[in-house]
Ligand binder design. Structure first.
Ligand SMILES: [Ca+2]
Length: 287
């Protein structure tokens, strides 16, 4: 068996990001080498705090988390993921004391960390980007060879159409960054919302030790998403929550879980998913 592929996760750590991180850490095919945070579901510093909580408290792991650039002036989170990005479970204030600050952040930020990861793991490193693409676009500028150094980047985002039509939150949030990534020579797999929203998780998927820690975040997120996607808003046993970012994580872990179409250049977009295998993969990781 080949050694696990190094994986960097770039995340605006909200409720579905938390499931994605647990899924990736639990996968034997990859080693999560580094996590960088970005703004989106919450501010980048809150996302870093949230990711640390998932890594350390939920998974009992030790992985460096690097805080990304702050959001553009005037940006405010939608609140879909709660005031803290995790359904209110951790609180909005970023208090280093709430999660043990065992890791040293790079002073030069997330983009430099992505570039450094790419050079260290040249030809083998994979990226999983599950927030706005601000950090990745900055890394492409910082390291012109990034596209050739990275084995594959899996993005929880729809590949923008030729007309620039808005596709989903991660695409819209930083449209300039999305365009820069879409026009780059990176080997990207774009996993859009029409596919990720098909895989729904429910109460019984969270009955293991890790799942139980995430359950309050998922109940909150499920209630927020019910009206948009037509899921049950019932807070009882019928609630459902879209696995969005965890679906992209599964594709980053095992590319055979997705059937893709070549879109342009080195960019591929998902045409179909092995939904049963992806769901099973997430369930096992939550135990
Ligand atoms: Ca996300």
């Amino acid at each position: 068996m080949t050694s696990p592929a190094p994986l960097l996760i770039d995340t605006d750590c909200g409720c579905d990001d938390a499931v994605a991180i647990v899924t990736a850490i639990g996968a034997p095919e990859v080693t999560v080498a580094l996590i960088t945070s970005t703004w989106g579901n919450c501010a980048a510093n809150v996302a870093a705090r949230n990711a640390r909580w998932v890594v350390e408290e939920v998974c009992g792991a030790r992985i460096d988390v690097i805080e990304g650039s702050p959001a553009p002036a005037g940006w405010k989170p939608t609140g879909v993921h709660g005031p803290d990005g995790l359904g209110g479970t951790l609180g909005a204030a970023v208090d280093p004391g709430t999660v043990r600050a065992r890791h040293t952040a790079r002073a030069d930020g997330a983009a430099a960390a992505i570039a450094s990861f790419a050079r260290t793991h040249a030809g083998r490193g994979r990226l999983l980007c599950i927030g706005p693409l601000t950090n990745l676009a900055a890394a492409l500028t910082l390291e012109p060879a990034l596209a050739d150094l990275i084995d594959r980047a899996v993005l929880m985002a729809g590949l923008p159409t030729a007309g620039g039509v808005a596709v989903d939150t991660n695409v819209d949030a930083d449209a300039a960054a999305t365009a820069a990534v879409a026009e780059s020579g990176l080997r990207c797999t774009w996993v859009g919302i029409p596919h990720t929203s098909r895989i729904l998780l429910s109460e019984s998927d969270f009955d293991g030790p890790r799942g139980r820690m995430l359950l309050p975040t998922q109940r909150y997120y499920a209630a927020q998403r019910a009206s948009t996607f037509g899921y049950s808003p019932d807070p009882g046993p019928r609630w459902r929550v879209p696995a969005h970012d965890a679906v992209a994580a599964a594709v980053a872990i095992d590319p055979t879980m997705a059937v893709t179409q070549l879109a342009n250049g080195r960019h591929q977009k998902v045409a179909a998913l092995d939904e049963t295998s992806i769901r099973d993969r997430i369930r096992v990781a939550l135990r």
